[in-house]
Design a protein around this ligand. Sequence first.
Ligand SMILES: [Zn+2]
Length: 304
Amino acid sequence: MSAPLQHAFSLDVEEWFQVANLAHEFPRETWDAAPSRLGPSMDRVLDLLDRRGVKATMFFLGWIAERHPELVQRCVAAGHEIASHGYEHKFLWDLDPESLHQDLERTEQALQAAGAPRPIGFRASTFTLTRRTWWAFDVLAERGYAYDSSVHPVRHPTYGVPGFEPGISDVAADNGAGHVLEFPVATYPLFGRNWPVGGGGYFRLLPGWVHRRFYAGLQKRGRATATYLHPWEFDPEQPRIDAPAFAKFRHYLNLDKTLGRLDQLLGRFRFGTLRAVLEDAGHADRLHAADAANPAMRSSASDA
Ligand SMILES: [Zn+2]
């Protein structure tokens, strides 16, 4: 019997102009006219995952699924898990329970129309699930989501829930609608704090060997890890947009190294979907119950 799968790889599938850092330059009304760069970036990641034989969780924006159904289908055909990143990358603190319901429903419809099963996993835009927006768990439980991967158990000026359990945990919705598994992005405990090591800017900032050492440490502790990246992080040729110096530094740092670093990480550790890691962590019943509550799932792949 092989050891349980501990490491999950995920992609937040959005365009290069949809990131919070560039919102001043690309407000929502400019998106339809902005040039798409998603296809070639996805080609790079999907080819690498294919070569490494790794299945990943793809958190699609509903907006993307409507415009690129072929990408959703390609991910489904390759055996990747399709999950929800919300419809159009709104921060949770700009929504309320009613508008989050609508946002999730619109995304579920977009994903299903593109050929994916109804999602049972969710990741909020830009880690905006904090103590302030804890009500989102009520909505997720009401809609039958089995898991969420939006809490970042770190200290950060705008997001984060310091002190939150850094491994997989079970969150009871305050409204009694049920439970949602929380699978936070990977952090590493050092000097009495949890440091974000699960992707994005830190993934590109730190040398690959440091990253691999963190992951080896987390593996030894038996901790499940969720890693996240974005397609634009595999696109070194993307247009440079002016932004405050630090934001610009973090955003464009080492874009040419992402692919090679991910290749090494995937070669060193065994990675799979968030769903597969949750199953191996003993939550298969919960995931299957969420599937069963979704009639559309029954006829599709059982994610064996
Ligand atoms: Zn995002």
